[in-house]
Design a protein around this ligand. Structure first.
Ligand code: GLN
Length: 456
């Protein structure tokens, strides 16, 4: 814990940790020492971790990297961060992210962007760590903590993991309680671990999972010992390669990475089969209707009354001006864009044309996966992202749709509620890490982790 706290101070330029809790960390580390000495050590006893700013942590700022939650210190602890503490993990502080987890580059944060510890060859230009869990990814990749929590609504664990050369898993929707995690799009949001290895991911995921009566979508299922399932034996497993993910204009090195990954799994005894997920091309548009729709509803609670900041008002301002000024000042441009899109697609005149249609598309996407699993496919292999990490500022000024396109391989998994993992699988020509994604059957994270283990 001391070494990590020092590393965090030395790596301030990465802007990964936005609220540090050194006293609390040293207290928890001392408690972990006592438990270790007493021979009563839980799975993560004394392991220093970082927690994404989206998780409510009791008495510690929890702002979802938004100005509208300035100074918000919850009186409660999220179920997942509580379970990690119960497993002995030591929280070092809160990690930077895109505002309300909306973004793919960690540039929408009220605290400013995060820097990726990796560089393109000899070029010093700073790169994005991806998003929205960019602080988590950067902190783990730069050894500021042993592991971190992330959340994934449309790729926010897997894409930053791929951009920084670490492992990140989004479990099946319902595996981890969402209670106490600031909501973005409730039907898509899931927490998961971001770690240095598949084994670490297995250990941490087990600590994070479990039924929680406080989240009505949390699954009442036993949590397996994921670590014990890492045998590396994948003989006879059927791995699907979906043809729709072979996008036009895909860089040669991503094609190569994908082919190498398939070859590696084949060498380990898996059977590689071509599959089709015909509705893939509708996933991104459906996601960018559903996620903003849910976000606009979830973010209605930030009204200047119940949480965080209220704008200063002029003489004669009424309640409408109070809402308008508070929300205009408190939300950044990307969040405002999402609220506007969401409100529009949910409005009476457009609900059927956009929101309902997107929901139907979502059902078809889910069915594509069900059909493939019914054919005996155990896992699906795809690239995690269409490129390696891009430069800071490279995408922000462009059309926002360019940024959304980054999520093309990851959003399907959230729409279908499936588990997905990104594992580091190689580097591009400039030495930047690239990730491969494996998508598994619902509730079979153990098998998925084991297949990823064979790729590691
Ligand atoms: N990049 C996606 C978005 O901006 C995904 C975000 C996430 O998974 N939290 O919505």
């Amino acid at each position: 814990t001391e070494a990590c706290l020092k590393a965090i101070e030395d790596a301030g330029a990465l802007n990964a940790f936005v609220h540090k809790t050194p006293e609390l960390a040293m207290e928890r580390a001392a408690a972990a020492d006592t438990r270790l000495k007493a021979g009563d050590a839980p799975a993560m006893c004394g392991l220093p971790v970082g927690i994404k700013d989206l998780f409510c942590t009791k008495g510690v700022e929890s702002q979802a990297a938004s100005a509208i939650l300035d100074g918000f210190k919850p009186e409660y602890e999220s179920t997942v961060s509580q379970q990690l503490a119960d497993a002995g993990a030591v929280m070092l502080g809160k990690l930077n992210m895109d505002e309300f987890a909306m973004g793919s580059s960690n540039e929408t944060s009220t605290y400013g962007n995060v820097v990726n510890p990796w560089r393109r060859g000899n070029d010093d230009a700073p790169l994005t760590p991806g998003g929205s869990s960019g602080g988590s990814a950067s902190a783990v990749a730069a050894d500021l903590c042993l592991a971190a929590t992330g959340t994934d609504t449309g790729g926010s664990i897997r894409q930053p993991a791929a951009f920084t050369g670490i492992t990140g898993i989004k479990p099946t929707y319902g595996r981890c309680s969402r209670w106490g995690i600031i909501a973005f799009a409730s039907s898509l949001d899931q927490a998961g671990p971001m770690t240095k290895s598949v084994r670490d991911a297995a250990i941490m995921l087990e600590a994070m999972c479990g039924h929680d009566p406080k989240d009505s979508t949390s699954a009442d299922l036993a949590v397996p010992n994921f670590e014990a399932m890492l045998t590396g034996d994948i003989k006879g497993k059927k791995i699907g390669i979906p043809k729709e993910y072979r996008m036009e204009g895909m860089p040669g090195e991503i094609e190569q990475l994908w082919a190498d990954g398939a070859a590696m799994l084949k060498d380990a005894g898996a059977e590689i089969v071509d599959i089709s997920l015909p509705h893939t091309k509708y996933a991104l548009p459906a996601y960018y209707v559903i996620a903003p729709a849910e976000a606009s509803s979830n973010l209605a609670r930030y009204d200047g009354v119940r949480y965080g900041q209220r704008a200063s008002l002029a003489q004669g301002d009424g309640i409408t001006e109070m809402y308008e000024k508070t929300r205009a000042e408190g939300f950044g441009p990307e969040v405002q864009r999402r609220v506007m899109i969401g409100t529009y697609v949910l409005s009476a005149g457009f609900y059927d044309a956009y929101y309902n249609r997107a929901r139907r598309v979502r059902t078809l996407i889910k069915k594509d996966f069900e059909d493939v699993f019914a054919q005996g496919v155990d896992a699906i292999l795809t690239p995690a992202t269409p490129s390696a990490a891009f430069g800071l500022g490279e995408m922000t000024d462009a059309d926002p749709v360019q940024m959304y396109l980054n999520d093309v391989f990851t959003v399907t998994v959230n729409l279908a509620g499936l588990p997905g993992i990104s594992v580091p699988a190689g580097v591009d020509k400039q030495g930047l890490p690239l990730g491969l994604q494996l998508i598994g059957r619902p509730w079979e994270e153990g098998d998925l982790l084991n297949t990823a283990y064979a790729l590691e």
